[in-house]
Design a protein around this ligand. Structure first.
Ligand SMILES: [Zn+2]
Length: 81
């Protein structure tokens, strides 16, 4: 169960994304999104390196559609605290 602080953060992020042009899910057109943990690390391969070389992690905030599961990834630096 989400705490009040987490719920408020989620509301701020979704409000910010809506103000930037997010209007419903691009896949199913439903509009119920949930915001995931603040920092999820994803592997971002260096394009100039050979396959199998080490990769770096990028911090992203996942926003998932509650209907179809489509997940968008946003840079934390562009979202409200
Ligand atoms: Zn969807």
């Amino acid at each position: 169960m989400a705490s009040d602080a987490q719920q408020h953060r989620s509301d701020r992020i979704l409000k910010s994304l809506t103000s930037k042009g997010l209007h419903g899910c691009p896949v199913c057109s439903q509009g119920q999104f949930s915001v995931g943990p603040e920092h999820v690390l994803i592997a971002t391969p260096e394009p100039t390196r050979a396959e199998g070389a080490s990769v770096e992690g990028s911090a992203v905030v996942p926003v998932m559609c509650g209907n179809c599961g489509y997940t968008m990834l946003f840079s934390p630096g562009k979202l409200p605290e």
